[in-house]
Design a protein around this ligand. Structure first.
Ligand SMILES: Cc1ncc(COP(=O)(O)O)c(C=O)c1O
Length: 431
């Protein structure tokens, strides 16, 4: 065995340990902007080993709707730690209690399957849809991010390519990519035409109801529901971001559309890793190991699926979100943020469309908020990235080009501080 250096020599130098010195593509931007390394967080703020403090609008990739270290969540987790952190594939109390809370609050949840991440939940939902229909093709929308499964990485970035043969990432086989048909978000006409011609090969329509940079379209979601019902195709909502974010019953409640399956992650882990597939019992039954065996069964095991601490944190989060005032307050703060930002850009004569919904906000350097990915590509994304890098340098934590999330820990004073920073940046010609 090679000589192991003493622990005292293990240094805080990410470039020695990770490809590109980063935890992933988003982090690589931060590494090049100022190399921040987080030491701790609290409320709406992040603190770094370098001694800097950031007002956080990333909020754990939109997972931390109650802010960092919410006392209900940290206390539920610390109380459970002495009872065990992880049990592995045996039914446990936190899993059942959490499942009850999820079933109460997710409209389509007749049955639930725990996974460990949102990506896992999407992969499992797709596999369940394929097993339940006996079909293989998946229909999805350009520019949506659905995690890291092979299907999810086809047409994540491309546009105007209805039958892509290549994924947007290296390492995905052409054979997998060929099973995906991608459409423009909002384009019901093309989806209807393809379903009419090929429904016997299409297992599922996968859609994020609040797709990244696009303006959400409730009528489109309703249209997809009707088409999927007509052609016996499984409608899957990716509620990894919208779930418990728009309102307690997520996009399903907000847009009043019920999918057959929905994938969750982020918020429902209360800051710990978890994912869930929720859906109609008749479809979810393909994962019922009591009645199905061998190749008739969709295997959904995973060492950390339904991890006890994640269930405890998720349950504490959902319980806190039952407070009626929370979503009203988040919605108001979102509106204030968007209005103040738009007013600031307008005052400086900068053409920008501030978008977002409920507790999201986003800046597009364009005349109006894009409705689909082709329109997203026509916005000035380089300018947006430059602005975001400058925000990072001025103590505002955003991921370049990303959507920003508020939490119950953000205050109107935080927003005023942020607007002051943007105002000064506009003055300095940095927006
Ligand atoms: C809409 C959406 N779906 C799925 C995922 C994947 O979730 P995870 O990162 O937990 O695997 C993400 C992650 O950002 C997401 O934004």
């Amino acid at each position: 065995m090679k000589q192991v250096s003493p622990a005292a020599n293990w240094t805080l130098t990410p470039e020695e340990y990770f490809p590109g010195g980063a935890l992933g593509p988003s982090d690589s931007v931060i590494r090049s902007a100022n190399g921040a390394i987080i030491s701790k967080s609290g409320g709406a703020y992040l603190h770094t080993v370098q001694g800097d403090t950031y007002l956080d609008f990333v909020m754990g990739g939109s997972a931390l709707i109650l802010g960092h270290c919410h006392p209900d969540v940290t206390s539920a987790v610390s109380q459970h730690v002495p009872k065990g952190t992880h049990y592995y594939q045996i039914m446990h109390e936190p899993a059942v209690r959490f499942a009850a809370a999820l079933k109460e609050t997710i409209p389509c949840a007749e049955k639930l399957i725990f996974t460990s991440t949102g990506s896992d939940a999407i992969s499992q939902a797709l596999r369940i849809a394929r097993a339940a229909t006996g079909r293989e093709e998946i229909l999805r929308f350009e520019g949506a991010y659905h995690g890291t499964s092979e299907v999810a990485l086809v047409a994540m970035q491309s546009s105007g390519n209805a039958t892509p043969e290549q994924a947007d990432t290296a390492g995905v086989p052409v054979a997998s990519a060929k099973l995906v048909r991608a459409f423009s978000y909002g384009d019901l006409h093309d989806v209807a035409a393809v379903l009419a011609a090929h429904s016997e090969t299409i297992a599922a329509v996968l859609v994020d109801p609040v797709q990244r940079w696009c303006k959400p379209d409730g009528a489109f979601l309703k249209g997809l529901r009707e088409l999927c019902t007509r052609y016996g195709v499984v409608l899957i909502f990716d509620e990894v971001v919208s779930g418990y974010r728009l309102q307690l019953d997520g996009a399903q409640g907000f847009f009043d559309v019920q999918p057959d399956l929905a994938a969750y992650g982020k918020i429902i882990g209360g800051g710990l890793p978890i994912g869930v597939v929720a859906g109609r019992a008749a479809i979810m039954d393909v994962a019922n190991a009591m009645t199905r065996h061998g190749t008739g069964l969709v295997t959904t095991t995973g060492t950390f699926n339904g991890n006890a601490l994640a269930c405890v944190a998720g349950l504490a989060t959902v319980e806190a979100l039952l407070d009626d005032q929370i979503y009203a307050r988040l919605s108001r703060l979102g509106q204030i943020t968007r209005d103040r930002l738009q007013e600031t850009f307008d005052r400086h004569g900068i053409q920008a469309a501030v978008g977002g919904i409920e507790s999201f906000w986003q800046v597009h350097f364009a005349e109006s908020e894009p409705r689909n990915y082709a329109e997203v590509l026509r916005t000035d994304r380089e300018r947006a990235k430059r602005m975001d890098a400058e925000l990072l340098r001025r103590g505002i934590f955003v991921l370049p080009g990303g959507r920003r999330s508020l939490s119950t820990a953000h205050t109107e004073d935080d927003i005023e501080h942020f607007i002051g920073v943007v105002d000064k940046m506009c003055e300095d010609g940095k927006c």
